[in-house]
Design a protein around this ligand. Structure first.
Ligand code: AMP
Length: 437
């Protein structure tokens, strides 16, 4: 039988890389908690209509990238139903907001999620068919302040804080406003008309987009198309007074808290639900797929899904791309995170039970411990330990009788004898000092 492999565009995440994933997710949870967010978990598949209505029939995601299937009825009383693996999580969160009548609390809901999303895109570095997003939404009735530009600034400032907390240097915040639900159609119409005489000179994708979804032309990366795209109308000239004032207030709040940004008039994003503020954080180290995260306002989405008026703003971070960026920044230091604190090496089979017992005590003290095998020679034990841990404890017959154990710390090369009862405290101290260096 042919060798079984993970499906194209999906991948396994293994240690030590998963250590980095855990750190990224933990940091995100910590930062989100400081801003009053709580976790929401929605199902991985939903009714196809949710995405068709929420994300938009004409978007690339819905028109060609969704994993959709007809779920057969199991009983006469059931109907078959078209289901889809979620390609993004905002529509699901807003569905849950409506379904659980969260509007009735009268409060602003601040919800974050972490989980896989699925899109049938062409796989390449930083682009997968199953990928992971860490996202958050702020949504609520207008009376709770959900439309306030301060919310936009708070979300953007939180993202800057998160990237800084992760140690990601050199990010750029690209910012734009795509206007209200009435500004956008006027702009799209102007764009459509401006594209008629020039579309033939653009790439094949743009020729199609000029008809189906003209906003997407602005995302085109083909170098030859850029001079033409630069001459197209700009959304900024189509904003009504309220949208203009909203955008100015977002910018001034960002200026006030010192978050740098770059206004990019071409940033319109691919999902239909966006209104007013849209943004992306990019990072130069990522190559072609340089967007670390994206998001924006979606003031009309709840109504589009049959809910009450509930303006909101949210974002989704590409966790795969965060991890790639961190790996590229400091690969040497990252490898060290996977090392355990200590390798307990019994020198013979007679010491195996004593080694297991010592490992149990050290683990209960919070140390990360690997247990060696009593059949190894000392040299082999040292080799194994050096690969897996930052120190080794040798447990031979002499050591057991005297109660004095030999400990070697690899980074300093220091080797010393410590009383068995003190060894946990000694290692806890040594590992803390090691971490600070
Ligand atoms: P979107 O939901 O399209 O606004 O994307 C938000 C973020 O998710 C992007 O900025 C990327 O970081 C990430 N992302 C989107 N699609 C993929 C993909 N196919 N593979 C990996 N990351 C992705």
């Amino acid at each position: 039988m042919a060798l079984m492999k993970a499906v194209r565009g999906t991948r396994d995440l293994l240690p030590p890389e998963t250590e980095l994933w855990n750190r990224v997710e933990r940091t995100a949870c910590d930062v989100f908690a400081r801003y009053g967010f709580g976790e929401i978990r929605t199902p991985i598949f939903e009714d196809t209509q949710l995405f068709a209505r929420g994300v938009g029939e004409e978007t690339d995601i819905v028109s060609k990238e969704m994993y959709t299937w007809e779920d057969r009825a199991r009983a006469q009383s059931e109907k078959s139903q078209s289901l889809t693996l979620r390609p993004e999580n905002t529509a699901g969160v807003v569905r849950a907001y409506i379904e659980h009548k969260l509007a009735e609390t009268g409060l602003l809901q601040k919800l974050y999620y972490i989980g896989p999303q699925f899109r049938r895109e062409r796989p390449q570095k930083g682009r997968y068919r199953q990928f992971f997003q860490i996202g958050a939404e702020v949504i609520g009735p207008p009376s709770a302040g959900s439309e306030s530009p301060l919310r936009d600034a708070e979300v953007l400032e939180m993202l800057a804080t998160l990237l800084d907390a992760l140690g990601i240097a050199g990010w750029t915040l690209e910012l734009n406003s795509v206007g209200s639900a009435t500004d956008r159609p006027r702009y799209v119409q102007a764009l459509r008309e401006a594209l008629i005489p020039v579309a033939a000179s653009l790439c094949d994708d743009c020729q199609r987009r000029a008809v189906t979804n003209p906003l997407r032309v602005l995302d085109c990366k083909v170098p030859e198309d850029q001079p033409v795209i630069e001459t197209l109308p700009k959304i900024a000239d189509f904003l009504d007074d309220a949208s203009r004032a909203h955008f100015a207030a977002v910018r001034s709040a960002l200026d006030a808290c010192g978050v740098p940004y770059h206004v990019n008039p071409r940033l319109v994003r691919g999902l239909d639900y966006y209104t007013r503020t849209t943004f992306e954080f990019t990072h130069g180290g990522l190559g072609a797929q340089n967007a670390l995260l994206g998001g924006g306002r979606y003031d009309g989405l709840s109504e589009m899904l049959g809910g009450p008026r509930a303006p909101g703003i949210g974002f989704a971070i590409g966790a795969d791309r965060l991890v790639l960026t961190l790996q590229a920044m400091d690969s040497a230091a990252r490898g060290d995170e996977a090392l355990l604190d200590v390798y307990v090496a019994p020198i013979g089979e007679a010491q195996q039970n004593a080694a297991l017992q010592l490992a149990r005590e050290l683990r209960r003290q919070g140390l990360r411990v690997e247990l060696g095998d009593g059949s190894f020679r000392i040299k082999k034990a040292f080799e194994m330990a050096d690969k897996r841990a930052r120190s080794i404890i040798l447990l031979g017959e002499d050591e057991l009788q005297s109660g004095q154990l030999t400990v070697k710390t690899f980074a300093s090369g220091e080797q010393t004898k410590i009383a068995r009862d003190e060894i946990g405290d000694y290692l806890c101290r040594a590992m803390r000092v090691g971490e600070q260096n």
